[in-house]
Design a protein around this ligand. Sequence first.
Ligand code: SAM
Length: 285
Amino acid sequence: MSEQRWIETLYQGYGQSFTVDKLLFEYKTDHQHLMIFENQQFGRVMVLDGVVQTTERDEFVYHEMLTHVPVIAHGNAKRVLIIGGGDGGILREVCRHSSVEHITQVEIDQSVIDMAKEHLPGHSDGAYDDPRANIVIGDGFDFVQQCQETFDVIISDSTDPMGPGEVLFTKDFYAGCQRCLNPGGVLVTQNGVAFMQTDEAANTAKRLTPLFKDWHFYSAAVPTYVGGIMAFAWASDSAQLRQQSLEVIRQRWQATGIKARFYTPELHLAAFSLPQYLLEAIGKA
Ligand code: SAM
């Protein structure tokens, strides 16, 4: 029998409800409350600390946009760092780029990886066995402060700025990422639903400004993240990366041979065009 559960969306007085058609896993890990269940509309759904993280039905939108936009824009990414991302969706998409030689993923919670492998196998789709992947169980904030390696692309696929994910939205975290980027490298981060979490985008903009020569946001509409477009922060010391022609982006994308379900070169470029309210919030109106 299915049970109606309200899942918090971080916003007071506005929520999201899912029927829990089958509860697959519910457990308090060392870091957070983890729940995975089946829902007739969205398939399997992962929830952390009461907030929906990912669903089988629409995960491709988020994972493709948070991966292919920076990797294709970079054009020669060989070393990629993923922070968080325990469900494996970003790792899967990075692994689809045969030109990437090394991937380090730093996830704080081993249980998220284990349970996602078991209950959301399509998310990683075997990517955790890819010989290019080095999985580190630890805090992404500490990792970027101490890391001696550098990367071409850093992708922060974190929870929202509360609980263990809070540190991944601080100026010191962004500074650590900047330190770990190769020249011409790029950092992208999940930055919440722009309409509902406008302050989050404004705060990130303020923190990135003194650190990176070029920063901006791009977006995608992910049905699960209710309230409008999902914003992704973008930061690099090279302004060229987000100002390339459609022709160049198309050529690079075709060369990968990847068949995507959401990403297209046209969407890649269009995603950087932001609504006026967001431009105002980040001081770029
Ligand atoms: N796609 C989701 C969203 O937009 O809300 C987030 C995906 S979920 C896989 C985020 C992951 O970040 C979780 O697995 C969580 O354990 C991990 N995480 C949270 N704080 C972290 C930290 N400080 N260091 C490393 N990983 C962290």
